[in-house]
Structure formats: structure tokens, C-alpha cells
Design a protein around this ligand. Sequence first.
Ligand code: 4NP
Length: 156
Amino acid sequence: MISVLFVCLGNICRSPMAEAIFRDLAAKKGLEGKIRTDSAGIGGWHVGNPPHEGTQEILHREGISFEGMLARQVREQDLTDFDYIIAMDAENIGSLRSMAGLKKAAQIKRLLDYVDDSDLADVPDPYYTGNFDVVYQLIRSGCEHLLASIQEEKQL
Ligand code: 4NP
């Protein structure tokens, strides 16, 4: 089983959106039994909470399930448990790298690194910008490219 962990700051806006979209894309390709998808936050402020209303609205509009998803904080063990650790921005990467030390650093990537022609490197935080639509477009594109890349790498 291949495992993918999406990480953002609070685990209520961006990374749960990525988790839900990615799981939905994988299921549509018949890969639900082959890829495990999860998400977590650098901070613990929202542990146990469902996704932010803005993320819920977008996922609901797109017909993507987020049933049972509740925020949790990243733990050190995640860095060795998951095959792919996908962060939303440079700040998340910095936090993860200091948690991981040098040996795991190469396996931590930013979601938009997978989108060759992306104008942005970071997924902006809608907790502050309020713009969940832009974030949805960026995350969707990132997840499509990430899934294609994993399928190629793992021959799925
Ligand atoms: P997220 O957004 O990292 O996309 O979930 C945030 C949610 C909450 C906070 C920051 C960012 N916060 O400071 O509580």
C-alpha cells in the first residue's frame, strides 16, 4: 500500500481539501485499495475539528466526500510511516525538515512542485485570504499531477 500525507499549518483548510480531492481522484481510477491518503497540521490548534466551513462548502459543491475527517497534528513517526509527505507551502516544508532532520528531507515536497507550469510555488492560506476557490483550483491541479507522478513511479 502506497501512503500519502498532506500537510498544512492547521489541518482545517488546505490539507484536508487535498486529502479529500486526492482520495476521490484515486478512487475514480480504481486505486482506492492501493493508496492510503491522510492529512495533518503543523500546529495543534484545531485538533479534533472538522474541515473549515470554506473547505466544506467547496467539497460539497464538487460532490467530494469529507466524511469523518477530523484535524490532527503531525507526529514525528509520520515522517517514516508515509511514502510521500506533501506540504502546501515553504513554511510547512521548513517545519517538517526541522522535525525530520536531514535524512528524510528529500522525501518532503511541496504540492505545486508537481505542477511544472504553475505560477505559484505555495498554496496560499485561505484561512487568511478567504479565497477557497483559488485554493481549490491549485490543489486540484496539484493532486492530478501528483497522482500521475505516483502512478508512473509505482507502476499503478
Ligand atoms: P490551513 O489554514 O493551514 O490551510 O489549515 C490555517 C488554519 C488555521 C490556522 C492557520 C492556518 N490557525 O492559525 O489557526
